[in-house]
Design a binder for this molecule. Structure first.
Ligand code: F6P
Length: 365
């Protein structure tokens, strides 16, 4: 028998960068909604759709067959923050507050609740919209895995899979050509992708934002391997890694984005320095958006489905202002306010760091 509930209409949106598993969450929310007698309203292009009034109803047939599909059927944007809305005025970009327009659309669509799937930026927006009176539930996504309140975000496992399998492939070229191959991976302020991907792919050196590295230690590790007869090395570097006393390498800034800094380029810097100082031919591969695109791993499909199904239960129970979270092996919820208080960074004594060091991986420190 259908579980009836006075919550009738819920909105759902995907904010920030795309990530494997978003569609699985949308499906995990939409399918059970019918049992609850709820209508799901898909808001297009993240918060941009909430401000500009772009949405369409989602039915079971819309979410059929999307479990394994990458990206998001709703579209996404990392420029649509209602509280940081870029408007062109006299040829210049001006930042305006469009949160009232977002609230007006929420009311005009007669929404009883909003499920927002996103990372740190999305959860900050959710918190502010909650304070304005919207009934919001957050679902944590990001390949970076840098949200403190959940043990894992969906999408991370898929990104780690891409990094590990890329390192496997690069290993053969590195060994055959006696080269050093540097792989630049995503991870702005947290090095989880580089750490877990590097560990799984057998990197010799892993450079992450949390452990500033010494150039001399990086060269020393490559030379130490040469002395052991290994004339190749694999270096896995997070885009946010920096040398001791140095700065992160950026490509530029875009004030339209929630986080205006665009990272990228550390891989080339590392490769050039290694070649110059060790004499060993060195190349760089930047994995970029390959880590965010494509089909989610089975682990991420399962986690995303559990997150989606749990999110709609929270809506039915009217537990608003909360974010779905993985705690151990259980799905629970935490207050969004608490979820955004700090980022989850790699600790120097994390078991993965310790295990990596034990198997001979250098962090350049
Ligand atoms: O936050 C996720 C992330 O993957 C970061 O690691 C990276 O810096 C960023 O997205 C890149 O985003 P975009 O390609 O949309 O500029």
């Amino acid at each position: 028998m259908a579980k009836k509930n006075e919550i009738r209409r819920i909105g759902i949106l995907t904010g920030g960068g795309d990530c494997p598993g978003l569609n699985a969450v949308i499906r995990g929310v939409t399918k059970p909604a019918e049992d609850y007698g709820m209508t799901v309203f898909g808001i297009l292009d993240g918060f941009e759709g909430l401000v500009e009034g772009k949405a369409k109803e989602l039915t079971n047939s819309d979410v059929s067959g999307i479990l394994a599909r990458g990206g998001t059927i709703l579209g996404s944007s990392n420029k649509g923050d209602p509280f940081h809305w870029p408007v062109e005025v006299a040829g210049k970009i001006e930042i305006q507050d469009k949160s009232q327009a977002a609230l007006n659309n929420y009311k005009a669509w007669n929404l009883d609740a909003l499920i927002a799937i996103g990372g740190d930026g999305t959860m900050h927006i959710c918190n502010k919209l909650s304070q304005m009176g919207m009934n919001v539930i957050g679902v944590p996504k990001t390949i970076d895995n840098d949200l403190e309140a959940t043990d894992l975000t969906f999408g991370h496992d898929s990104a780690v899979y891409v990094v590990a399998t890329s390192l496997d492939r690069l290993h053969t070229t590195a060994a055959s050509h006696h080269r050093v191959l540097v792989v630049e991976v995503m991870g702005r302020y947290a090095g989880w992708i580089a750490l877990n991907g590097g560990l799984a792919g057998g990197a010799d050196i892993i450079l992450i934002p949390e452990i500033p590295f010494s150039w001399e230690k990086v060269y020393a590790k490559i030379k130490e391997r040469e002395l052991m007869g290994k004339k190749f090395s694999l270096v896995c570097v997070a885009e946010g890694a920096k040398p001791l006393g140095g700065e992160i390498v950026t490509r530029g800034t875009d004030i339209k984005r929630t986080d205006p800094v665009q990272l990228g380029g550390i891989g080339k810097v590392v490769a050039d320095k290694i070649e110059e100082n060790t004499g060993r031919e060195t190349r760089v591969t930047v994995l970029g958006h390959l880590q965010r695109g494509g089909s989610p791993t089975p682990f991420d499909r399962i986690l995303s489905t559990k997150f989606g199904a749990f999110a709609i239960d929270l809506v039915a129970q009217k537990k608003f202002g909360r974010m779905v979270a993985l705690k151990g092996s259980e799905i629970k919820s935490v207050r969004i306010e608490d979820a955004i208080s700090r980022q989850k960074l790699v600790k120097p004594d994390d078991q993965a760091v310790i295990a990596a060091r034990r198997v001979g991986i250098s962090f350049g420190d």
